[in-house]
Design a binder for this molecule. Sequence first.
Ligand SMILES: Cc1cc2nc3c(=O)[nH]c(=O)nc-3n(C[C@H](O)[C@H](O)[C@H](O)COP(=O)(O)OP(=O)(O)OC[C@H]3O[C@@H](n4cnc5c(N)ncnc54)[C@H](O)[C@@H]3O)c2cc1C
Length: 498
Amino acid sequence: MSADHQQNPIFVWFRNDLRIHDNPCLHAAIKQGLVQPIYLLDPRTFQASSFGLARMGTHRRRFLRESLENLRTQLESIGLDLLILNAKPEELFPKLLKSIPHAKLFFSHEYAFEETQIEAALAYELSSAQWEGFWTGTLMDPENLPFTLENVPNGFSSFRNKVEKYASIPEPVPTPNKAIGFQKHDWGEDLFALSVFAERENTDQQLQEIETMGLAPINPVADLADELDTLKTKWEQSFKGGEEAGLARLDYYLWQTDLVATYKKTRNGLIGTDYSTKFSPWLANGNLSARMIASEIHSYEGQRTKNDSTYWVIFELLWRDFFRFAALKYGRKWFAKGGIQSNVREYQNNKDYFEAWISGRTGFSFMDANMRELATTGFMSNRGRQNVASFFTQNLNMDWRWGAEYFESMLLDYDPASNYGNWMYNATLGHDPRSRFFNIELQANRYDSSGEYVMLWCRELKKVPLSLRHEPYIHNQSMFVAPIIDLEKSYEEIRKRA
Ligand SMILES: Cc1cc2nc3c(=O)[nH]c(=O)nc-3n(C[C@H](O)[C@H](O)[C@H](O)COP(=O)(O)OP(=O)(O)OC[C@H]3O[C@@H](n4cnc5c(N)ncnc54)[C@H](O)[C@@H]3O)c2cc1C
């Protein structure tokens, strides 16, 4: 250990970068000093959203716990002990850094308003020599974008064209195989620092408590547990949180199965685990780095096949970058009622509609199947998400933020930039304000022509003939709930509003 290392105690605050591979923040800390990794269970994450939902629902809590358990193991393998604390960063770190001479704080930057506000509060409390932020959550860094953050283009095509023409994706940083952690004496003599150190004894308990902290999450399909639990168990076994599971999925999707070579043809699928990459839950928690995915795809293209499909996965990851940089640019506006268009219109905000929508009982089987899948597993296909969001914001004319908050609570891959960005887009309040909506029955017939998908999640369709599974209300012996709205009339209303 060099003298420099000894004089540089660095707290690495893990956020949505729960991995040791391609982690520029951890990489830099290990190079420069003694490292103490910390994860904070911020009480705000477990409180109610503005519409009264638990901000982090059951599925996300499970995935987070598993991600942290795996991070702990991964860090132990390189000689570091993860400390997990219940605290707000802007309260803990200034006090902690004051109590340990020369200590520094390293962390990964985030992209959405609340998270960047926390960074601003830390920057205000700490001297610039005491902290450093790293970009670890996107393909591109703001520094290698061919425009400033204030000038992020307003359309995805323009963003992508410029990035593809003038920038290139940096290579992942190496995975560390050894690090030097804090020893007891590195915590010094200060009582506050020692009380934080003592929390090391409670890591197991903190992990267990994630699932019961704060506001209890709802389960809108609890009464369907008997018929849906097998699907739930199957999903949970396939999708475990953590870096190792994320890297295994990457290996599976590329090298073991070559699924990546047909992605563009299968990506609009609805059933099973293989029609799309399913990288999103691991990306959202930072178990998997976007750059690692791009780098592996480039190797795959060199060694096996390079085609539209291999390109398209990176194209989709650029959408993710686009939303992240746009969220940074727009700040608070990303979450505003009128969206980035500042176009506030009257919504219905009907509680019965909301309840019917979340519990998969609107009477429209394609909506209901998707919503039951989400409530049961924490996942829904991109095709499903677009349709249920369009139905919620356009046909039901509900406040888009209510739907987005429900997704925030439920989605395993919840990411404020992608979630609110996509919701805004579907509510026509985002980058493209043109009037647009999905015809949900046409969509159902196109993407679920056999009716197999709706049947999987809505068993009461058993008695409905195949040809009517997307319009069960036409069948007079249907056991399916009656539609909550007159669909045709709702399309007329949408056209009138346009
Ligand atoms: C209303 C709505 C809400 C959404 N909320 C989220 C969210 O909270 N978190 C999230 O990661 N995605 C969100 N998406 C985008 C998209 O549905 C998911 O990224 C995708 O379904 C995840 O499955 P996958 O990993 O198999 O995707 P794939 O089709 O395999 O795509 C590969 C990766 O590209 C990225 N990607 C793909 N489509 C999009 C997109 N439209 N926007 C941004 N990134 C994209 C994701 O990181 C994804 O993992 C939302 C879409 C809609 C319409």
